[in-house]
Design a protein around this ligand. Structure first.
Ligand code: PMT
Length: 393
């Protein structure tokens, strides 16, 4: 989604300026054309040569220096931008933007652009907390700027506080989200489930499965990047929560059912990639079961079938992880659960299914059309599923 996009990356004079090199590098590697504009003070922290080497593009530092095709005609850069991102954004630059001051190439570009603008502030905690800075940020937010909130941590002053530049993943996730606003899922509300539910036996043990959550998280991120408003209902995973989505953490099938029912009430699409336990212990022991207990027998009862039971008028997409009779079994589930689309997941093929970064799936729609995909990354699979969903609207 970043491929062929023109991203103006503004860098201002903060010690966090060195982190902009990673942002520039990741965006460039993802195929974006990254046009770096640095304020004069930013060049004291990191050299334009570093950014030029990482992006393969000339770096603008001076409005009057004809170093690039954009230097003389500063509006051209503003017009070429699909998005303008300032990371790090100092209190000084934020104040200039709030006041409409345009006394360098970066502030001129922001004033002249119609593209969305993202600010990732980084500064000392007391400067961030100063009411002037807070007012300026509120003013810019009200004008449609997206603010990537700074985090808490070690600051250049040596003290800990609020004001650290947000994580690079958060900044890049926000760029993708903003770029996707006008894409083919814009205005659609999509609920995605991910991970494997855990059904407690006692306070320390549970019945679980091998789902890592990667497939569901990839669907959530892809939907976000295509403009959807995404609610991700996640059973426990070790994955970071995708930026720009509402994440509801659950543990058990029953909790997932409740969260799905609530979110689906306003949804256009429900995509259930979660591996939901089919059975749960009839009773959960209050205290840890001692291993002195001789043989242990657990009585298991069925969990609710979330996908089959959830009510509402939305597109229903299920997954079926199968080790045999892939298409026949998946078709059966599609019919039984009244789905619009099922993703038959071949868990026997190498690099596919639980835990892998790739997946091999077959898409089956309710008319019986079967489309087998090659081994793809989970993100590619997610986009192929969403291509189908778009056609179902
Ligand atoms: O998380 P990863 O490591 O990336 O792995 C991805 C995956 C293999 C878990 C995923 O791609 C997948 O295939 N998920 C479905 C797992 C499965 O076998 O589901 P099922 O056949 O038990 O259920 C069919 C459908 O009904 C699924 O959409 C499931 O979410 C849903 N279901 C199942 C049981 C239940 N009680 N309620 C449900 O809603």
């Amino acid at each position: 989604m970043l491929a062929k996009k023109t991203i103006v990356l503004g860098i201002t004079g903060s010690i966090a300026a060195y982190k902009a090199a990673n942002i520039a590098s990741e965006l460039t590697q993802a195929g974006a054309r990254v046009e770096v504009v640095m304020t004069e003070s930013a060049t004291r922290f990191i050299t334009p040569l570093t950014l030029r080497s990482l992006t393969g593009r000339p770096v603008v530092t001076d409005m009057f220096e004809p170093a690039t095709e954009y230097s003389l005609e500063h509006v051209a850069l503003a017009e070429a931008a699909n998005v303008v991102v300032i990371a790090p954004a100092t209190a000084n630059t934020i104040a200039k933007l709030a006041a409409g001051i345009a006394d360098d190439m970066l502030t001129c570009t922001v004033l002249a652009t119609n593209a969305p603008v993202i600010l990732a502030p980084a500064m000392h905690a007391s400067m961030l907390q100063n009411p002037v800075t807070q007012d300026n940020l509120a003013k810019l937010k009200a004008r449609g700027f997206t603010i990537v909130e700074p985090g808490y941590g070690h600051l250049a002053s040596g003290k800990a506080g609020w004001g650290r530049l947000a994580d690079i993943e958060t900044i890049i996730g926000t760029i993708k989200q903003v770029l996707g606003r006008k894409d083919d899922l814009s205005g659609k509300r999509i609920v995605v489930t991910a991970g494997g539910t855990q059904e407690p036996i006692d306070p320390v043990r549970h019945i679980g499965n091998r789902s890592s959550g990667k497939m569901g998280y990839a669907v959530a991120e892809a939907a976000r990047d295509r403009g959807a408003t995404v609610t991700l209902i996640s059973a426990p995973t070790s994955l970071p929560e995708p930026v720009g989505t509402v994440v509801v953490q659950v543990q058990t099938a029953s909790q997932m059912k409740e969260a799905v029912a609530k979110a689906a009430a306003r949804a256009d699409v429900l995509i259930m990639a979660a591996a939901v336990a089919d059975y749960q212990p009839k009773d959960t022991a209050k205290n840890k079961i001692k291993k002195e207990t001789p043989d242990l027998t657990l009585e298991l009862v069925r969990t609710p079938d979330i996908l089959a039971e959830v009510k509402g008028d939305f597109i229903r997409v299920g997954f079926a992880a199968e080790s045999e009779n892939l298409v026949a079994n998946a078709k059966q589930k599609l019919q039984k659960k009244q789905l619009d689309l099922i993703i038959a997941n071949d868990i026997t093929s190498t690099g596919s299914g639980f835990g892998a970064d790739t997946n091999q799936v077959t898409l089956i729609d309710r008319k019986g059309k079967v489309e087998s995909l090659p081994l793809l990354t989970k993100r590619e699979v997610a986009d192929r599923i969403l291509d189908k969903v778009v056609k179902l609207f």
